[in-house]
Design a protein around this ligand. Structure first.
Ligand code: PMP
Length: 419
């Protein structure tokens, strides 16, 4: 059995991991075994996550924090345990710093409203990178419009890395916030966020890290990074859809205004005003997504049992294999050549539209994404309205990559004959 160099723990065994994800044994398109390479969009779910949801609804479904009956106590305990498990997964000091949201998008919108409207003024700047997902762009555009503040961008270089010199030059005492993805969903680039956070703090700015593509794939520790905010989604990390996390430093959450108003988030209410509940409940108005919070904790438990270091290492090795294999295809150009990168691999093929590529490889059972990948301005900068993206996760194998390459060769053959 292969062992990891440092820990002596068995290395990730993709065959065993695969067997834990029911959908991966499916056949699609008239009997083709599924090759799922759309993980940056959403990951598949292991049986134990599906079972955790099933168990909640079958055995202890009740609303949390309200009633005193047995089921309500059980549901509340499990919901709050989930918060603790997820908090320690990202190195948060206190579960009070962990807010359940619907996902990365809602987490970022929460910060833009509850922090941004209070602390960003007309002369201030918000700094983003050119590789941000629309989820980490539009909330800041809306905030800039509402407050009269200005968006400043960190350029992406040809090789898919950020222009860090430009970043340092553009940081100033006007920069109120830097909102930055840790891993690009298009280029795969892993940004040096720890260093960038240090620079931002020196300039007096706060930093929000979009962890939608990093938290599922590599160890992320909010204390080591010293980020002020971290947003991520459950569904990209083996958890359910409709649940995600906003981590924020307690001192920030304490002074921020609420995002949504309603039940659960109040302390005392009179006809014309109200006071707010303690953290984290101040930011969780209404009945929360109880089942999926518990499901996400199950996913986090699963990822932790495999080890985030091992998951990352296995993905890096598979990414290197995939990049090399894809580069053998003539006329295929990969965008994203950063020295430090993850397994989101976007490419174009000469003379073939990305939607056609996606459609044709799907006939062979291979699921990839085609489109602008929610990064329209960056796509435009690179001169392509759309690309094709294959994105890897812990259950993918070299065989999956080989099937993709064979399917792409067939697409090429078809279009070459047709022209
Ligand atoms: N940021 C990045 C980098 C992403 O890849 C995504 C999802 N594609 C998001 C934000 C938005 O995540 P969600 O749709 O789960 O809110």
């Amino acid at each position: 059995m292969a062992h990891t160099r440092h820990t002596g723990k068995p290395a990730l065994d993709p065959a065993r991991v695969r067997s834990e994800f029911p959908v991966l044994s499916r056949f699609v398109r008239d009997g083709k075994p599924l090759v799922y390479l759309d993980n940056a969009a959403t990951s598949q779910k292991p049986a134990l996550v599906i079972e955790a949801l099933d168990e909640y609804y079958r055995h202890y479904n009740a609303n949390v924090h309200r009633a005193i009956h047995h089921l309500a106590e059980e549901a509340t305990t499990r919901y709050e345990e989930a918060r603790t498990v997820i908090g320690s997964f990202i190195g948060a000091e206190n579960p009070r710093e962990v807010i359940f949201t619907r996902g990365t998008t809602e987490s970022i919108n929460l910060v833009a409203h509850a922090w941004g409207r209070k602390y960003v003024g007309a002369d201030d700047e918000i700094m983003l990178s050119e590789m941000e997902h629309h989820s980490n762009m539009i909330p800041w555009q809306l905030l800039a419009k509402a407050t009269g503040s200005r968006l400043v961008y960190i350029p992406v270089l040809e090789n898919g890395e950020l222009d860090l010199d430009a970043y340092r030059e553009r940081l100033s005492s006007r920069t109120r916030l830097v909102a930055l993805t840790q891993m690009s969903n298009v280029l795969g680039t892993i940004n040096p966020v720890a260093d960038m956070i240090r620079d931002a703090h020196r300039a007096g700015a706060r930093v929000l890290v979009d962890g939608a593509q990093s938290v599922p794939h590599m160890p992320v520790d909010v204390k080591a990074l010293d980020c002020d905010f971290l947003a991520f989604s459950g569904h990209k990390m083996c958890g359910p859809t409709g649940i995600g996390i906003l981590y924020a430093k307690e001192e920030l959450l304490e002074t921020m205004d609420p995002f949504h108003g309603g039940g659960e988030m109040i302390s005392k209410v009179s006809w014309h005003e109200a006071t707010w509940a303690d953290l984290p409940h101040k930011f969780e108005a209404g009945t929360p997504n109880i089942a999926d919070a518990i499901g996400l904790a199950a996913a986090v438990g699963y990822l932790s049992s495999l080890g985030m270091d091992d998951i990352h290492r296995a993905e890096q090795a598979l990414t290197a294999y995939a990049l090399e294999a894809l580069r053998t295809i003539e006329g295929l150009r990969i965008y994203g050549d950063a020295a430090n990168r993850g397994g989101a691999i976007s490419f174009v093929m000469e003379g073939i539209h990305p939607h056609d590529i996606s459609h044709f490889v799907d006939q062979d059972g291979v699921a990839v994404r085609a489109g602008h990948m929610c990064c329209q301005p960056m796509m435009k900068k690179f001169g392509h309205p759309a690309m094709t993206r294959a994105s890897l996760y812990l259950y993918n194998t070299r065989d999956d990559v080989d099937r993709l390459v064979e399917a792409l060769e067939r697409v090429k053959g078809f279009f070459n004959r047709a022209t």
